[in-house]
Design a protein around this ligand. Structure first.
Ligand SMILES: N[C@@H](CCC(=O)N[C@@H](CS)C(=O)NCC(=O)O)C(=O)O
Length: 204
């Protein structure tokens, strides 16, 4: 479907970790898009028209093409301009990167949600769900004990796609997290939270 709009439009939600990672890639790649902040309880028809599944982020391009997954949005804008080399040499993420992000999305994120909203999952305690989630944090910590970032010596797609979720985990119980044994993750997260890029995309 051809759209009448001229500028690409990003449907987003400020605090959503999927949307945060898409906005960071958009920002770093200097891709120009208008942003439409979505009320998730009252989704605009324009969003549902272009993406009936109704999740954010969604990027609607000037030619009407719609990109409905945060990771695809990241890869798409970075394939146009990737000044920090978040992608690998051939303008693609490595298999290792995709596998790690996939574990974040399909394993860590659901256990994080249960930890965060444990009251809605009364079969087990919050600590039980946290114990599951930290298996992934341990994996990250092992990597970060070897290298400054997940895939090497500079921040890349893996860091930026995963950090918003680790921040969400941290926000559930800051004190517990800061006292935990995941010291490399704490340092890595702290640098991220202080970064101009993160501060910029989180601005209201
Ligand atoms: N796989 C999607 C997941 C996006 C997602 O689940 N976003 C949440 C907000 S954080 C959402 O839009 N949920 C729909 C709702 O709450 O109705 C992606 O990577 O873009």
């Amino acid at each position: 479907m051809q759209s009448s709009q001229t500028k690409p439009l990003l449907f987003t939600f400020r605090r959503c970790p999927f949307a945060i990672r898409a906005r960071m890639a958009i920002k770093i790649s200097q891709f120009e898009a208008e942003h439409c902040e979505v009320d998730l309880r009252n989704k605009p028809q324009a969003l549902l028209d272009c993406s009936p599944k109704g999740t954010v982020p969604v990027l609607q391009l000037s030619d009407g093409k719609v990109i409905e997954e945060s990771l695809e949005i990241m890869q798409w804008v970075l394939s146009i301009n990737d000044p920090e080399k978040w992608l690998d040499g051939d303008n693609m993420p490595s298999v290792e990167t995709i596998e790690l992000i996939t574990r974040n999305d399909i394993f860590f994120k659901p256990s994080l949600d249960k930890y965060k909203y444990a009251v809605h999952y009364p079969e087990y305690s919050a600590e039980y769900y946290r114990d599951i989630a930290v298996e992934f944090l341990q994996e990250l910590d092992d990597r970060l004990s070897q290298k400054k970032y997940l895939m090497g010596d500079h921040r890349s797609l893996a860091d930026m796609a995963i950090l918003p979720f680790v921040r969400q985990f941290y926000n559930v119980d800051n004190d517990w997290f800061l006292a935990s044994k995941y010291t490399h993750v704490i340092k890595w997260l702290n640098e991220f939270i202080q970064s101009d890029l993160f501060k910029t995309v989180l601005q209201k």
